[in-house]
Each structure stands twice: as C-alpha cells, then as structure tokens.
Design a protein around this ligand. Structure first.
Ligand code: AMP
Length: 397
C-alpha cells in the first residue's frame, strides 16, 4: 500500500510517497514559488538522482498535477498510475476545538479547516488548497487530514486555559492548542517503544528543538502540557520567535516606536529569538560559531535559549511528578551534541546522567544516558511524514 503525504505552505508543497509495507520513501520532492514567477519542482526518486523541473505553477492545483506527472514519468517516475496510491495524508496546521485526532476529509471537515483560517492564517488556507487540488487530481481517493494541533487537544483545562476572562474562550476559542503535535506524538510514542517503557503510564518529555522549537509533556502518549499556545509564538526561545514574554512589552514598544499590532507581531515572529538577541543569525550553527569567537550577544542568546529549555523541562517534570524519558529531536536536538550535554548537565537533580560517548552522535536513534541514569535520555529523529502516513493508513485500511 502506498500513501502520498502532502504538506502545503502558502507558496510551497512538499510531498513524499511512502510504501507502507516497509515504510520506505519511494520518492519525495518540493514545489517552490507556487503563484510566484520562477516556480520549480525538485523531484527525488529513491536511489536515483534528483530532477529539477522549472514550470509555471500559478496555483496548488497545477503543482499537484506536476507532482503526479513526475511520479508517473517514464524516466524518473516511481509508479505506473495513480491507482497505486491508496490514499493521501495532509498536514493541516489548525483543527481548532473540533479535532482531537486525524480524520478522513469530507465536506464537513473542510468547513472546519476553513473556519480555522483566522487561527492559522498562513497555513490553513494553503492546507485546504492542497486537499482540494488532490480531490480534483485524484477523484474518489481518500484524503486524510492530520492536524498539528490534535496532540495538544488532550491537555487538561488547567494546562490549556489562559487566565483571561472566560468569555474570550467561549466566544473565540482562545486557548492554548500547541503545535508540532505530529512530531511530539510520533517521538513520544517511539520513545516509549525504544526505551521499553510502560505504554500506559510512561512520563515523557519531548524537546523538539529546531528553528521553531517546542517542548511537550505526556503520560502514556497523551499530552498533559506543551509549550506553544494559541499560535506557535509561545514557549521556548526559537530561531526568530521570542517565545514567552510579558504582554506589556508589546504595548511599551508599540508606543515608543509607533508600531501597529501587525508590525509588532511580525517582529516577535520573524525578528526576535536568537536572531534578534544575537544580531547574528537565526541559524544555531552561526550563533554558536559567533559565541565561540567571543561574540557576547551570541553567547547570551544561546545561554538564554538553553536556560529556557532547562526551565521548561523542570516545569514539566513537576507537572507530571516525575519523568521517565527525555527525547531530543529536530535540527538542534538531533545534531547539537554540545547543546544536549549543556541541557542534561542542569538536570542532575532529576537523576539524569549523560553518557558522553553515546551522546557523540547526530541524527540517529540512540539512548544517550548512562545505564545508571534515573531518566532515559535519547536522541530520536522526528519523522512527521511517516507519522502522517501511518495515521492515514490506519484510517483507510
Ligand atoms: P529544523 O527546523 O528542525 O530543520 O532545524 C533547523 C535548525 O537546526 C537550524 O537553526 C540549524 O542551525 C540547527 N542545526 C542543524 N545542525 C546543527 C548543529 N550541528 N548544531 C547546532 N544547530 C544545528
């Protein structure tokens, strides 16, 4: 059984065709600059060189048609016809208050995705375009929506409610949703399996440390808290996002600089985080290099970044009254061994003991704590596409 996984952004479309018999990737690719001059498709069939196809893609519909043609091409194709594709799994950013899990798309589901446009203004319209493009290109084929917010929907009210007048929750569904849910769900599940923990009761903290960063606490695979909120802006310091801050900071800067709220939010989303603090880059490798070369601002940015991760781990261990496993994932989590060591060295009070030799690794599933460590610490590469494909398969089988 082959599942096509689609992740649409406003001007991009990423895809993977996965053979669910062995969960191998048969082909993957990326359409860039959809709706903008100079659009192109980079198609990578497994075991063959990648092909770049430069063609006009005025919308997602045309992009999907090009993807389908590339998948069936005589030279670089991997299937003979679309009949070989059993279903399509779509990453959808926001499911609002309606969706606690993935679901087969019908008109009602599309309507809810549409209702959530104001909660996910950049992503939800693109996600819906991707679904409708697939419906048109492959009529009758099941499409499954996998929501990035679904994992966080299991949080208890004490974790998801903001301490603001209840009417805003009732009128506008203002609450904490959490994002990167597909990754947190996948990694926490894999961590339980990999470390041989009790699937019903294991207390797991997942640190998804990439350009966007978030952290979650779950018991038996069910989310009890997660750091992103109504939008991905809350929580950890990120590449360009501020994470947690006193809301009065906004009013102060807006008054002083004469900014409107959109300009202010743009600064908090795109110009803050380690980029804004260091003035160097949003890429952690550049900031680390600058800090090593004596750049004080870069050093403070990284200190603040890791300090916030350490604080959240402490808070989540407290929220769960213990922790059995901590899993690191995403760009920084999977590649930055010094960063993982730095975090773990502040967790000795939890009984965390890192094994330097085991930690000397990148992008590979591995336990990086010593056998004596009270908490199993591990590196667990995330795989959101596979998680989407698995959910899709489970719903259409
Ligand atoms: P992601 O959003 O998961 O793709 O992660 C991207 C981030 O991972 C970028 O900011 C990279 O700088 C960071 N990253 C990748 N490799 C390393 C590394 N060896 N050390 C520190 N950060 C890294």
């Amino acid at each position: 059984m082959k599942i096509l996984v689609i992740n649409c952004g406003s001007s991009s479309l990423k895809y993977q065709l996965i053979d669910m018999n062995d969960e191998s990737v048969i082909a993957k690719g990326l359409c860039e600059r959809i709706g903008i001059a100079g659009s192109m498709l980079t198609h990578s069939p497994a075991g063959k060189g990648k092909v770049v196809i430069e063609k006009d893609m005025p919308n997602h519909q045309v992009a999907i048609e090009l993807v389908m043609a590339a998948l069936q091409d005589a030279d670089h194709g991997v299937i003979k016809s679309t009949d070989e594709i059993s279903a399509i799994g779509h990453r959808v950013l926001h499911g609002g208050m309606k969706f606690y899990k993935s679901i087969v798309v019908n008109e009602e589901v599309k309507e809810v995705i549409r209702e959530c446009f104001d909660l996910g203004p950049l992503h939800n319209p693109a996600n819906l375009m991707g679904i409708e493009a697939c419906e048109a290109a492959m009529p009758g084929k099941p499409n499954v929506a996998v929501f990035d917010t679904a994992f966080g929907m299991n949080m208890p009210a004490k974790a998801y409610k903001y301490a603001i007048p209840e009417e805003y929750y009732e009128k506008y569904s203002i609450r904490r949703y959490g994002f990167h849910g597909t990754s947190h769900n996948f990694v926490s599940g894999e961590a339980i399996k990999f470390a041989g923990l009790d699937p019903e009761n294991a207390k797991v903290i997942v640190c998804h440390l990439g350009n966007g960063a978030s952290i979650s606490a779950s018991i038996g695979g069910k989310c009890v808290d997660t750091s992103m909120g109504l939008t991905p802006l809350e929580g950890l310091i990120m590449g360009t996002r501020s994470g947690d801050l006193d809301p009065a900071v906004l009013q102060f800067i807006m008054n002083k600089e004469g900014l409107d709220v959109n300009q202010m939010l743009n600064i908090l989303n795109k110009k803050s985080g380690v980029l804004g603090m260091s003035g160097v880059s949003s890429d952690f490798r550049d900031v680390g290099k600058a800090a090593d070369e004596g750049n004080e601002r870069a050093a403070v940015a990284l200190d603040a970044y890791f300090y916030r991760v350490i604080k959240y781990i402490g808070a989540y261990a407290a929220a769960m009254n213990g922790v059995d496993a901590i899993a690191f994932t995403a760009g920084v989590g999977e590649n930055d061994k010094a960063g993982r060591k730095r975090i773990c060295e502040s967790l000795t009070y939890l009984g965390v003991e890192i094994d330097d030799e085991a930690n000397d690794i990148r992008g590979e599933k591995r336990i990086i704590s010593t056998p004596n460590s009270k908490v199993k610490v591990m590196l667990l590469p995330t795989n959101e596409e596979l998680a989407i494909a698995r959910d899709t398969l489970a719903l259409v089988k």
